[in-house]
Design a protein around this ligand. Structure first.
Ligand SMILES: *Cc1c(COP(=O)(O)O)cnc(C)c1O
Length: 463
């Protein structure tokens, strides 16, 4: 029986020459068609091997052609694409971090479509610097003496330490020897920069005197790193930024702070997420600061270095800068995002990340109820709106919780993991959190304009 079925499977070459094979090969490449056909055939053979007695498809029928076309189109979907974030985690490294403001997207488009004055000085017609477009803006907003921008914050730290520290000691608390996602480990970064790391204090407690007693002739930098992705709670303490800055300056040292998230505003709900703003760090005496463009700032991937003019000047001369430089599209988006921090703009309204952080629970709740009404029209799905928590970030970002309202969704007869998996397979894919065998959809990170696609995805997922 199954032996006969094996024999009825077409040879790929022959099938490619059939009417259906030829039609599909005109729309796609015959290599793609052959690959998908091969997948279909292996799948059928596997079934037959396992003793399944199936009815074979009509390989020359319009129905089979449609099935093939659907699979071929699926293969053609770009790998990187728009995704709906229903997790309520606002800055999610795996989901591309900060969504950009309209102004930033428009600025990127304008620069992408044609030529730009990226590195030309329009007054003199001579060669200019890409950094000039952003330096004065950053200084105006933060009060820093000088600024420089690179590819990301990791690059900013590597470049800064690699410029100021080689051959010298960098003093850092044992409570701050962190790994920031992936393989970016502070001790390794210090070692790579050619400096010697001097650890002081303990994991939970480090005092200013611990730093003071570690200073030698060879000390050059006091480094403070924001632990970002973890917290020490309970019996713990560390010196203030001001104490560290004072100690550094009394001893002619550089006080460097890697802020990671680096908030430019400390208003509203943002103040709960960040212990101090970039401006506060500078005012307290940080000589050099590094932070990301795509965390709390709400812009594109970028690494921002602020600080004393003579230090920034030296960093600019490091040949590594060329390898870590920011590209023109990110630069355009960064400038446009930073401009949203200038009056009369209110960044809390204009920068999507800040808007999401500041949306109050009742407002999210209204959107949750609206989503629930739509969801109830989908046969098989059950939902309810309940209290929940949104997160500032995951992974390399602050883990602060914000009260929210979420839609808990389940489908009797299907476990939540399976439903979540099906939602990831829709177009656009939807990413959700699963708690207690239910999906939690948090409208805080769902754009109003994505609601329709989300409901469509839920419909697709339960079909
Ligand atoms: C996130 C983070 C980094 C890395 O920033 P990227 O922009 O992702 O390179 C470095 N240091 C700290 C403290 C961070 O939080």
């Amino acid at each position: 029986m199954s032996k006969d079925l094996f024999k009825q499977l077409p040879a790929i070459d022959k099938w490619l020459a059939s009417e259906v094979g030829v039609a599909l090969s005109a729309e796609f490449s015959s290599k793609e068609v052959a690959e998908v056909m091969n997948d279909h055939l292996s799948c059928i053979r596997k079934g037959l091997d396992n003793g399944l007695t199936t009815i074979l498809p009509q390989f020359d029928s319009p129905q089979y052609e449609a099935l093939m076309r659907a699979d071929l189109l699926k293969q053609r979907l770009p790998s990187l694409r728009r995704t709906i974030n229903a997790t309520g985690i606002i800055l999610h490294t795996n989901l591309g971090r900060a969504p950009l403001a309209t102004e930033a997207i428009e600025a990127m488009e304008a620069v992408a479509r044609g030529y730009s004055n990226l590195e030309i000085d329009l007054d003199s017609g001579k060669r200019g610097s890409r950094y000039q477009h952003v330096e004065s803006l950053l200084c105006r907003i933060t009060g820093a003496e000088a600024a420089l921008v690179v590819n990301n914050c990791a690059a900013a730290v590597v470049l800064t330490l690699g410029t100021v520290a080689p051959g010298h000691d960098v003093v850092i608390s044992r409570g701050e020897l962190v790994e920031i996602g992936g393989s970016f480990r502070i001790p390794d970064v210090i070692a790579k920069s050619g400096a010697r790391m001097v650890e002081v204090g303990t994991t939970n407690k480090t005092g200013i005197e611990d730093y003071a007693t570690a200073l030698t002739e060879n000390t050059r930098v006091l480094l403070s790193v924001h632990p970002s992705n973890y917290r020490i709670i309970g019996f713990s303490s560390k010196p203030s930024v001001k104490e560290l800055a004072n100690l550094a300056h009394q001893n002619d040292l550089i006080f460097m702070q890697d802020l990671g998230s680096g908030a430019l505003v400390g208003l509203g709900a943002v103040s709960a997420i960040t212990d101090n703003t970039v401006q506060q760090s500078l005012a307290a005496g940080a000589d050099i600061l590094t932070f990301s463009g795509d965390k709390l700032l709400g812009g594109p991937q970028a690494g921002i270095i602020l600080g004393r003019a003579e230090l920034i000047q030296t960093i600019k001369k490091n040949p590594l800068l060329r390898a870590l430089r920011i590209d023109k599209l990110s630069l355009a988006a960064l400038v446009a995002t930073l401009r949203l921090y200038l009056p009369p703009n209110n960044p809390t309204h204009k920068v999507p990340v800040l808007r999401m952080i500041n949306e109050d629970r009742d407002s999210v709740g209204r959107r949750a109820r609206r989503l629930l009404r739509q969801l109830k029209k989908i046969p098989g799905l059950e939902g309810v709106v309940v209290d929940g928590v949104s997160y500032g970030g995951g992974g390399a970002l602050p883990m602060v919780e914000l009260p929210t309202r979420v839609v808990h969704v389940k489908m009797p007869g299907m476990n939540a993991g399976e439903l979540a998996k099906r939602l990831r397979a829709t177009d656009p894919p939807v990413i959700v959190r699963v708690t207690n065998d239910e999906l939690a959809l948090d409208p805080r990170t769902i754009f109003p304009e994505d609601m329709k696609d989300l409901v469509g995805a839920l419909r697709q997922a339960v079909e």
